[in-house]
Design a protein around this ligand. Structure first.
Ligand code: C5P
Length: 238
């Protein structure tokens, strides 16, 4: 796996965007990555942020096998870095692993892969720059994250608080999550039941670095999030 490419510009930074979800929590027939956001599909904002980043060499987007939407839009404006892959899986982790497998011949073992949720359209240039710069000399890799601000409660089956969980040292994980190609692929091959890449790396006994981002890099999950994302993008552009 990997190791096939001998790039002069080594290691490269490759983005991989799992976009094969159905987005059922949005309560909409359209998968959330294609919902309109400021007049274009949400996914287009996400892909634009990655395609325009000078540090990123290529952007793979993993779509579901039966994706009916991709070809209905014109993506050519995003430039030559973009590569759609129609091999999404049953879960986010499966989609990421399927993507990693299919690009195996085009990447080197120690190329960096930045896995980024399709559903995070407000990724800013400084988020990417800070992640790439902070992790440049790192053995393991890491992820954007935000320290938890709220007081946290553990609930019982009735929905009553049974415990207050100390929030010091707790972070909310975001994406991109940036790891070396071979390390990430091996970690995901052995730990399939994970909700992010960092958990797979942790299960392998390694400690991903937490790089402080900010809450504007939100994940669009519920209808309100779409309005928040719109507000964030509009205020950033003005
Ligand atoms: O549903 P959730 O918001 O956790 O999904 C996170 C990301 O994983 C989204 O970008 C979604 O499109 C992607 N995903 C995927 N394949 C799946 C499920 C989710 O690529 N089977």
């Amino acid at each position: 796996m990997g190791g096939m490419v001998n790039s002069l510009f080594h290691p490269r930074h490759l983005a991989l965007v799992p976009a094969a979800g159905s987005g059922s929590r949005m309560g909409s027939g359209t998968p959330k990555q294609y919902l309109p956001l400021l007049g274009e599909p949400l996914l287009r904002h996400t892909l634009r942020a990655l395609c325009e980043a000078p540090a990123i060499d290529r952007v793979y987007v993993v779509l579901s096998v039966g994706d009916q939407e991709w070809d209905r839009h014109d993506w050519s404006g995003l430039g030559p870095k973009l590569r759609p892959l129609f091999n999404g899986g049953a879960s986010r982790a499966d989609s990421v692993l399927n993507g990693l497998r299919v690009i195996g011949d085009e990447v080197a073992a120690d190329d960096w892969v930045l896995v980024h949720d399709a559903a995070r359209p407000c990724l800013a240039p400084w988020h990417i720059e800070k992640l790439v710069r902070t992790l440049a000399g790192c053995d393991v890799g890491g992820l954007l994250a935000v320290p938890v601000a709220d007081t946290l409660k553990r609930a019982d089956a009735r929905g009553c608080a049974v415990e207050t969980v100390p929030r010091d040292s707790l972070w909310q994980a975001q994406t991109p999550q940036m790891f070396r190609y071979q390390m990430l692929r091996r970690a995901l091959e052995s730990a399939r039941d994970v909700t992010d890449e960092a958990s797979a790396i942790e299960a392998a006994g390694l400690h991903p670095r937490l790089v402080a981002g900010d809450p504007t890099n939100l994940k669009v999950t519920f209808p309100l999030d779409l309005h928040l994302a719109e507000w964030i993008l509009q205020h950033r552009e003005s």
